[in-house]
Design a protein around this ligand. Structure first.
Ligand code: GDP
Ligand code: ZN
Length: 295
């Protein structure tokens, strides 16, 4: 039989469910040497496999993976949807900016999704997000998993992409996934309260196929929020709206902090760049500089 190509959607008990481009799913065992060589196979990996009878197969080898996210480990993610809410939990721009920096450092496309727009205070939260992220030009989508608004727009942003949702607990990530994938039945905060202890068992991450093509992880990404892969020199580029000004800074490689003739700082003072983005830039800079000093 000819070798086929597909992507690992889930891994359970030594089996890998591999989806071909055509959408067929094969349950595969890994070839012996693959199991031994310790390189690891991850959900999201593209693989070659030999189909056997029915929908079974033998996984031959993984293709070179482009990226690997940690905790949960998912290969080849392209996009992160950062879900936040106007209240329960309240909007935190600091957390949002931190997640954006993490996503940028992984070279992921980013969408900011304000959920719970059925709650009071959401139009104020929308205005804040529009103002703060206008210069960076991150796509914004305003949804409600309760009444369904904005879901079509979110679907369009997910189409054809391998996405992971991230954001504070309680913002509605599982609820949104349940709306996007009615068959998936993910546990939401409400349902799982009684099951809290059972919630964090060793269940593996899964990629769920969306109706219009594209995949979305069933487990939130970026559970680890420290900036340990970011350093002082790379941080400025993780704020994409700075680039328009940074070429006019007096020093090449300006850190936009205490350097004289800094065009970024100037743009913040004149109101061209949002002050709150710059404030958090400085906070993150301080964090990575401090960490560097301790090494
Ligand atoms: P997660 O921790 O981000 O996965 O959040 P969940 O999906 O578990 O939702 C947390 C709580 O918020 C649950 O009680 C949901 O019913 C509720 N919730 C989720 N989305 C919405 C929404 O759009 N509007 C309102 N009012 N409540 C929501
Ligand atoms: Zn500068």
């Amino acid at each position: 039989m000819a070798v086929l190509r597909g992507r690992i959607l889930r891994a359970t008990g030594g089996f890998y469910d591999v989806q071909t481009d055509g959408g067929a799913i094969y349950r595969c065992r890994a070839r012996g040497r693959l199991r031994k060589d310790g390189e690891g196979l991850f959900v999201g990996d593209l693989v070659e496999f030999t189909p056997l009878h029915g929908t079974q197969g033998v996984l031959e080898k993984p293709e070179r993976r482009r990226t690997l996210l940690k905790r949960p480990a998912i290969a080849n993610v392209e996009q992160v949807v950062i879900v936040c809410s106007p209240q329960e939990p309240p909007l935190s721009l600091q957390l949002l900016n931190r997640l954006l920096v993490l996503a940028e450092s992984r070279r992921l496309r980013t969408v900011i999704c304000l959920n719970k727009n059925d709650l009071p205070g959401s139009s104020e939260a929308q205005d804040i997000l529009k103002e703060v992220f206008h210069a960076a030009a991150y796509p914004l989508v305003f949804t409600s998993a309760l009444d369904g608004r904005g879901l079509q727009e979110l679907k369009e942003l997910l189409r054809g992409q391998i996405s992971v949702l991230a954001g504070p607990s309680g913002a509605g990530k599982s609820s949104l996934l349940n709306r996007l994938l009615p068959g998936a039945k993910l546990r939401t905060g409400e349902v799982s309260e009684k099951l809290q202890r059972g919630r964090h068992t060793t269940r593996q991450v899964e990629l769920l196929p969306l109706d219009d093509g594209g995949l979305v992880a069933d487990t939130p990404g970026f559970s680890q929020l420290d900036l340990d892969e970011v350093d002082r020199a790379s941080l400025p580029a993780l704020f994409p709206e700075f680039s328009k000004y940074s070429s006019s800074c007096h020093f090449a490689g300006c850190g936009h902090h205490e350097e004289p003739d800094c065009a970024v700082k100037q743009a913040v003072c004149e109101g061209w760049l949002p002050a709150v983005r710059y404030k958090h830039y400085l906070a993150f800079l301080n964090e990575v500089v401090k960490r560097g000093g301790l090494r």
